[in-house]
Design a protein around this ligand. Sequence first.
Ligand code: IMP
Ligand code: MG
Length: 172
Amino acid sequence: MPTIRPLFTEAQIAARVTELGLQIRADHGDAAITFIGVLKGSFMFLSDLVRAVPGDATVEFLGVASYHGGTHSSGVVQITQDLRSSIEDRHCVIVEDIVDTGLTIDYLMRMLEVRGPRSLKVASLLDKPDNREVDVRVDYAGFSIPNEFVVGYGLDLGELYRNLPFIGVYEP
Ligand code: IMP
Ligand code: MG
Protein backbone atom coordinates (compact mmCIF):
# COMPACT_ATOMS: atom_id res chain seq x y z
CA MET A 1 0.00 0.00 0.00
CA PRO A 2 1.45 3.39 -0.95
CA THR A 3 1.57 5.97 1.80
CA ILE A 4 1.87 9.73 1.72
CA ARG A 5 4.18 11.18 4.34
CA PRO A 6 3.05 14.72 5.24
CA LEU A 7 5.57 17.44 4.37
CA PHE A 8 3.67 20.73 4.52
CA THR A 9 0.35 21.23 6.27
CA GLU A 10 -2.53 23.31 4.98
CA ALA A 11 -1.66 26.02 7.50
CA GLN A 12 2.02 26.11 6.49
CA ILE A 13 1.08 26.38 2.83
CA ALA A 14 -1.46 29.12 3.49
CA ALA A 15 1.03 31.19 5.49
CA ARG A 16 3.72 30.92 2.82
CA VAL A 17 1.33 31.68 -0.05
CA THR A 18 0.20 34.83 1.76
CA GLU A 19 3.82 35.97 2.06
CA LEU A 20 4.48 35.29 -1.62
CA GLY A 21 1.37 37.23 -2.66
CA LEU A 22 2.38 40.29 -0.69
CA GLN A 23 5.95 40.08 -1.98
CA ILE A 24 4.75 39.88 -5.59
CA ARG A 25 2.53 42.92 -5.10
CA ALA A 26 5.33 44.86 -3.40
CA ASP A 27 7.68 44.13 -6.33
CA HIS A 28 5.18 45.39 -8.92
CA GLY A 29 3.99 48.65 -7.35
CA ASP A 30 0.35 49.20 -8.29
CA ALA A 31 0.67 47.75 -11.80
CA ALA A 32 -1.75 45.14 -13.09
CA ILE A 33 -0.22 41.64 -13.03
CA THR A 34 -1.07 38.76 -15.34
CA PHE A 35 -0.78 35.40 -13.60
CA ILE A 36 -0.16 32.55 -16.01
CA GLY A 37 -1.10 29.25 -14.39
CA VAL A 38 0.59 26.17 -15.80
CA LEU A 39 -2.04 23.43 -15.95
CA LYS A 40 -2.88 21.29 -14.31
CA GLY A 41 -0.55 21.20 -11.30
CA SER A 42 -0.68 24.90 -10.43
CA PHE A 43 -4.45 25.28 -10.19
CA MET A 44 -4.72 25.17 -6.40
CA PHE A 45 -1.63 27.31 -5.75
CA LEU A 46 -2.80 29.82 -8.36
CA SER A 47 -6.25 30.15 -6.84
CA ASP A 48 -4.81 30.82 -3.38
CA LEU A 49 -1.99 33.03 -4.68
CA VAL A 50 -4.20 35.45 -6.63
CA ARG A 51 -6.35 35.92 -3.54
CA ALA A 52 -3.20 36.91 -1.64
CA VAL A 53 -2.25 39.60 -4.17
CA PRO A 54 -4.00 42.91 -3.55
CA GLY A 55 -4.81 45.16 -6.52
CA ASP A 56 -5.28 44.51 -10.23
CA ALA A 57 -4.62 41.02 -11.51
CA THR A 58 -5.69 38.92 -14.48
CA VAL A 59 -5.50 35.16 -14.84
CA GLU A 60 -4.48 33.11 -17.87
CA PHE A 61 -3.75 29.43 -18.33
CA LEU A 62 -1.18 27.46 -20.25
CA GLY A 63 -1.71 23.76 -20.80
CA VAL A 64 1.50 21.79 -20.62
CA ALA A 65 2.18 18.06 -20.66
CA SER A 66 5.66 16.88 -19.75
CA TYR A 67 5.32 13.83 -17.58
CA HIS A 68 3.13 11.17 -19.18
CA GLY A 69 2.08 9.60 -15.88
CA GLY A 70 5.41 8.55 -14.35
CA THR A 71 7.60 10.10 -11.69
CA HIS A 72 10.45 11.13 -14.02
CA SER A 73 10.40 14.11 -16.37
CA SER A 74 10.43 13.16 -20.04
CA GLY A 75 12.18 16.41 -20.91
CA VAL A 76 9.69 16.91 -23.73
CA VAL A 77 7.36 19.84 -23.19
CA GLN A 78 4.13 19.79 -25.13
CA ILE A 79 1.75 22.78 -25.22
CA THR A 80 -1.79 21.48 -24.97
CA GLN A 81 -3.47 24.88 -24.51
CA ASP A 82 -2.07 28.31 -25.35
CA LEU A 83 -2.91 31.68 -23.73
CA ARG A 84 -6.15 33.34 -24.82
CA SER A 85 -4.80 36.92 -24.59
CA SER A 86 -1.77 38.89 -25.66
CA ILE A 87 0.85 39.48 -22.96
CA GLU A 88 2.60 42.26 -24.87
CA ASP A 89 3.62 45.08 -22.50
CA ARG A 90 2.11 43.31 -19.50
CA HIS A 91 3.75 42.35 -16.22
CA CYS A 92 3.51 38.56 -16.11
CA VAL A 93 4.13 35.92 -13.48
CA ILE A 94 4.26 32.28 -14.55
CA VAL A 95 2.75 30.15 -11.78
CA GLU A 96 4.06 26.60 -11.43
CA ASP A 97 3.49 23.87 -8.86
CA ILE A 98 7.10 22.71 -8.81
CA VAL A 99 10.38 23.33 -10.61
CA ASP A 100 12.32 20.08 -10.86
CA THR A 101 14.74 19.67 -13.81
CA GLY A 102 13.84 23.21 -14.89
CA LEU A 103 13.12 22.05 -18.45
CA THR A 104 9.46 23.10 -18.41
CA ILE A 105 10.04 26.60 -17.06
CA ASP A 106 13.02 27.12 -19.34
CA TYR A 107 10.88 26.21 -22.35
CA LEU A 108 7.96 28.40 -21.24
CA MET A 109 10.21 31.40 -20.52
CA ARG A 110 11.63 31.25 -24.04
CA MET A 111 8.21 30.80 -25.56
CA LEU A 112 6.66 33.76 -23.67
CA GLU A 113 9.67 36.11 -23.75
CA VAL A 114 9.34 36.58 -27.53
CA ARG A 115 5.76 37.83 -27.08
CA GLY A 116 7.07 41.06 -25.56
CA PRO A 117 5.86 41.09 -21.94
CA ARG A 118 6.92 44.14 -19.92
CA SER A 119 8.29 41.74 -17.30
CA LEU A 120 8.23 37.97 -16.89
CA LYS A 121 8.78 36.31 -13.53
CA VAL A 122 8.39 32.80 -12.14
CA ALA A 123 6.48 31.80 -9.01
CA SER A 124 6.66 28.17 -7.96
CA LEU A 125 5.21 26.72 -4.79
CA LEU A 126 7.95 24.11 -4.62
CA ASP A 127 11.54 24.01 -5.78
CA LYS A 128 13.69 20.87 -6.10
CA PRO A 129 17.08 22.50 -6.77
CA ASP A 130 19.07 19.23 -6.50
CA ASN A 131 17.54 17.88 -9.70
CA ARG A 132 18.20 20.84 -12.00
CA GLU A 133 19.29 20.12 -15.57
CA VAL A 134 19.05 23.69 -16.83
CA ASP A 135 19.74 26.84 -14.88
CA VAL A 136 16.45 28.67 -14.35
CA ARG A 137 15.60 31.61 -12.12
CA VAL A 138 12.71 31.04 -9.70
CA ASP A 139 11.80 34.56 -8.55
CA TYR A 140 9.23 33.47 -5.99
CA ALA A 141 9.70 30.01 -4.46
CA GLY A 142 7.41 28.76 -1.70
CA PHE A 143 9.48 25.90 -0.28
CA SER A 144 12.70 24.23 -1.28
CA ILE A 145 12.48 20.43 -1.00
CA PRO A 146 14.85 17.45 -1.38
CA ASN A 147 14.72 15.26 -4.47
CA GLU A 148 11.63 13.24 -3.55
CA PHE A 149 8.35 12.81 -5.38
CA VAL A 150 5.58 14.84 -3.77
CA VAL A 151 1.83 14.92 -4.26
CA GLY A 152 -1.14 16.95 -3.06
CA TYR A 153 -2.29 20.57 -3.29
CA GLY A 154 -2.52 20.26 -7.07
CA LEU A 155 0.42 17.92 -7.61
CA ASP A 156 -0.41 14.49 -8.96
CA LEU A 157 0.85 11.02 -9.62
CA GLY A 158 -1.02 9.62 -12.61
CA GLU A 159 -3.74 12.29 -12.04
CA LEU A 160 -4.41 11.14 -8.47
CA TYR A 161 -3.85 13.03 -5.18
CA ARG A 162 -4.31 16.56 -6.60
CA ASN A 163 -7.22 17.08 -4.19
CA LEU A 164 -5.21 16.53 -1.00
CA PRO A 165 -5.22 19.82 0.94
CA PHE A 166 -1.63 19.23 2.13
CA ILE A 167 1.64 18.24 0.43
CA GLY A 168 3.30 14.91 1.14
CA VAL A 169 6.02 12.59 -0.12
CA TYR A 170 4.71 9.65 -2.11
CA GLU A 171 6.09 6.40 -0.72
CA PRO A 172 5.25 3.37 -2.88
P1 IMP B 1 10.56 20.01 -14.71
O1 IMP B 1 10.31 20.31 -16.16
O2 IMP B 1 11.42 18.80 -14.53
O3 IMP B 1 11.06 21.20 -13.94
O4 IMP B 1 9.21 19.53 -14.07
C1 IMP B 1 8.12 20.30 -14.11
C2 IMP B 1 6.86 19.51 -13.90
O5 IMP B 1 7.07 18.16 -13.52
C3 IMP B 1 6.09 20.11 -12.78
O6 IMP B 1 5.31 21.19 -13.21
C4 IMP B 1 5.25 18.96 -12.30
O7 IMP B 1 4.07 18.89 -13.06
C5 IMP B 1 6.11 17.76 -12.56
N1 IMP B 1 6.79 17.32 -11.32
C6 IMP B 1 8.10 17.43 -11.02
N2 IMP B 1 8.37 16.95 -9.81
C7 IMP B 1 7.18 16.51 -9.31
C8 IMP B 1 6.79 15.91 -8.06
O8 IMP B 1 7.57 15.66 -7.13
N3 IMP B 1 5.46 15.61 -7.93
C9 IMP B 1 4.55 15.87 -8.91
N4 IMP B 1 4.87 16.43 -10.07
C10 IMP B 1 6.18 16.75 -10.28
MG1 MG C 1 3.32 21.20 -13.69
